[in-house]
Design a protein around this ligand. Structure first.
Ligand code: ATP
Length: 272
């Protein structure tokens, strides 16, 4: 396959920074003593990038996302989101958050689940309806608005959860292992759909995963982290084109990036 030789379609023009972290440290104070979750994290994420965070369990991937979302406060260091503090960015509705479990309310229909954040934010009924229909169409769930979560497969539920995060049209999508609990075939399909959605919406995505193939397939940038205290051991700018059929995973370029991720993970383990 000639994919490895194809010119990357990624624009080389510098994009404005969406997330910048400088010397970010976070220590949790617990009854058992301090837990040093993040150490000296420096990172710059440009607009429209798809950035995956990969590393062993407990290395601080979720903590980093939670800092971006203003759900945790760093102990030291600096972070900006869209040029603002995370707290200001939260108030400006800069991001949507997709969690490990779809987290849909079983007593609400899919349509009403998607509308929930819009209701809370005080959008008019007409606007709620318009946005709900538009995001369900984006994730290929048109016509499912009156179904309840239990009537949908796990993959469809996760898509509904992504639709809910997209509903208020935030620039940034924070996704914490959204497909971790799904089988590989469904996951492949959702990865493909997520890439198409990303291409259509031009969101900046921050995506946590344990899967090397998933990180390499989805990302323009892969952040490899070490075991606790979570440090960045490598930041890989992907040479793969943005258009990615699933069989790109057989290409030499893909295998090379996967190899570098594995090396980064191994280097992090050696330092422990
Ligand atoms: N609120 C908290 N209080 C105390 N410790 C915490 C808290 N949140 C996370 N931790 C600890 O901080 C470390 C990093 O946790 P985090 O959930 O960010 O890791 P992770 O890389 O996302 O792990 P996983 O891949 O298993 O989801 C872990 O040791 C965790 O136990």
């Amino acid at each position: 396959m000639a994919l490895a030789q194809e010119k990357p379609q990624v624009s080389l023009a510098p994009q404005p920074s969406v997330v910048t972290a400088n010397g970010l440290d976070l220590t949790f104070q617990t009854a058992d003593g301090p837990v040093h979750a993040l150490k000296g994290v420096d990172l710059d994420i440009g607009k429209g990038e798809f950035v995956s965070f990969i590393g062993p369990s407990g290395c601080g991937k979720t903590t980093f996302l939670r800092v971006v979302a203003a759900l945790e406060e760093p102990t030291s260091g600096e972070i900006t989101v869209n040029g603002m503090s995370p707290e200001e960015a939260r108030k400006a509705r800069a991001y949507g958050y997709v969690f490990q479990a779809a987290g849909l309310y079983p007593w609400r229909t899919i349509g009403k689940n998607v509308k929930l954040p819009l209701e809370i934010m005080g959008y008019s009924r007409d606007e709620q309806e318009r946005r709900m229909r538009s995001v369900l169409e984006l994730v290929d769930l048109k016509g499912f608005e009156k179904k309840y979560p239990w009537q949908l497969s796990g993959g469809m539920q996760q898509r509904a959860s992504i639709a809910r995060a997209l509903a208020f049209d935030a620039d940034i999508l924070l996704m914490d292992e959204p497909f971790g609990a799904l089988d590989e075939i469904v996951r492949d399909h959702l990865n493909e759909q997520l890439l198409q959605l990303w291409a259509r919406t031009e969101k900046t995505c921050l995506f946590v995963t344990h899967s090397i193939p998933e990180a390499v397939y989805l990302s323009t940038k892969i952040v490899v982290m070490s075991p606790r205290p979570g440090r960045i051991t490598d930041v890989i700018d992907s040479p793969l084109p943005r258009e990615r059929p699933l069989d790109i995973r057989d290409s030499q370029a893909f295998i090379d990036v996967a190899h570098r991720v594995r090396e980064g993970l191994r280097a992090g383990m050696d330092d422990v």
